[in-house]
Design a protein around this ligand. Sequence first.
Ligand SMILES: [Ca+2]
Length: 548
Amino acid sequence: MAGLPGPSGAGAHIRGYKATLLGLGALTALLAGCAQQKAEPAPPPPRIAQCEGLTGLALADGKVEAATSVAAGKIVTPDEGKIGLPAPAAFCRVQARLTPTPSSSIRVEVWLPEAGAWNGKLLGAGNGGFGSNMQVPSLVMRGGVAKGYAAVGSDMGHVGKSDVDASWAPGQPEKVRDYGWRANHLAAATAKRVIAAYYPAPLDASYFHGCSDGGREALMEAQRFPDDYDAILAGAPAIPWARLATAMAMNDRAVFGNPDSALPNAKLPLLQKAALARCDARDGVTDGVIDDPRSCDFDPGVLTCKAGDQPDCLTPAQVAAVRALYRGPVDGRGKSFYPGYLPGMEATQGAWDLWLTGPGAQHGKFSTEFFRHFVHGDPNWTTKDFRLDSDFAKAQAMQGEINADDPNLKPFFAKGGKLILYHGYGDAAIPPQNTIDYYQRVLKTSGTRAAGSVRLFMMPGVSHCLAGPGPNVFDGVGALDEWHRGGPAPDRLTATKFDNDYLGFLGLPAKTVRTRPLCAYPQVARWTGGGSTDDAANFTCTDPSTQP
Ligand SMILES: [Ca+2]
C-alpha cells in the first residue's frame, strides 16, 4: 500500500464529497433542443486491444487525447495538484476532450478494467456542487473499477477553483448547458464508443450513480436521456436548483441576518442532546439516532435562556433561527417554500456546522455563487441583497438548463429503467423531505409501471450523501444490478457504519461499528427485541405504524 494516503489524507481528499456535493436543478422547453443534440449512431470503431492504441480515437464530439495503462496500486491523481488514491485494479485510463459547441470543453475520463476483469458493464459517475473537476466522480469510478465495471465521469465542461465556484458561468450559456445536462449525456456516449473499441465483448448493462448535484445529474439522465443508462442510483438530489438556492439564501438570512441569531458551534450540542433526549428512544433503540426525525416534536424553545446570553442556552433570536431551519423557509404569506431540516444531528461534524450555522456556512456560499453567476451576473451580490419575489422569479427563468425535477419518468420506466433514490435524514444541505416529495410525485405521475420501477431508501442518522451516526455505506450499485438483471425490486438493503465512513465508502481498511437494514420507503427498520442492535440481522423492515 506504498503511497496510500493515511486516513487523514483520504479524509481531506474526500471532504469535498461532503462539502460540495450540491447540485443545480427543470426544463421542458429545451427538450426539443436536447433531441437535436443526439448524434446519429456511429458505426462501431475498429477494435483496439492495446490501451495506448486508443489515443486519438475519434468521438462524435471530440477525441481521445490520451490512453494510459495504470497498474494496480499506482496512485491516480484525477486533478493536478490534488491528492490521489491507489488504483484498485489495473485499468486503461482514457482521457477525452469533447467540444459539442465552439465554447465547450468537456473533459471526460473512461476507466477500462483489463478485458479479463471487465464485468461487461458501465458505471457512470456524478459530480458535486457546480462540478469543475474529477474529484467526486473519480471516487465513484474507483469503486466501480474495483468491482470490474468500466467507469466514466466528466468535469461537466468547465474548470473552477472548487465545486462551490460558479464564476465560470456568466456569458457562457453553452457551458451552463454542458453543466446542466449535456456533459453527462455525451460522457455516456463516449464511454460506450470507447468500450466498443476496446473490448471484444459487447456492453451488457449500464448504470449511473451520483449524489447531491450527482443526484440531480442522475435524475437528469433518467428524465431527458432515458436510453443512456439501464438503472440509476440518485442520492440526495439537488432539485429543483432555483428553489433550493433561494431556500439556501433564506436559511442563510435566518441565521446570519441578525447578529443575535447566529448560532455558535459550541451551542449545537445543546440542540442535539435535547432532541435525542426527547425522541431517540421512540423507535425502540436508544442509539443516538432518531429513526424518522419528521415525527420528533422537539421545540428548541425549551432551551431559551432565562436571562441574557449564556453558553448553556439559546437566546430568543437563536431559538427563532433554529425554528426557521426546522420549519424551512416560508413565502410572504407564510406558505412553505421548501422543506426544512430535521432534529437529532445538529452537532454532527459536517452537518449544521458545515452547511447551516458555522462560519462560512455552505448555504450562504452556494446561494451567493448561484445568484451572482447564474442569475444576476453581479460578482458583488450577497445574500444581504436577497429579495424573495424578484430573486426567485429570476432564478426560475434560467433554471430550464439545469433543473431536474420532472416527475414524469414514463419513457425511462417503459424501456425497463430502474431508479433507486436515497437520502439521509440528517442531511443539512438538501432537506430529506424534498426527496420523499419527489418520489411521491414520480409514483403519481409516471403511470402504472412506476410502482415496480422506483424505490426510495431513507437513511436514519445519515448526513449529506455519506457519514453520520447512522449506518451509511451500502452497495446501491449492486442493488441496481440485481434488480436490472431480473431480481425482485429491492425492499431491504444493508448499510454499515464504519469507524471512518470515508475509508469504508472507498473500500479501504475501516472497522465496522454497526450494520442496519435500509428499508424501502415507507417501511422502517425495527429491532426484533432480541440480539445486538448493532447487527442488521436483528431488525425487520415493517410498516411505520407498528409500535416498536
Ligand atoms: Ca433511536
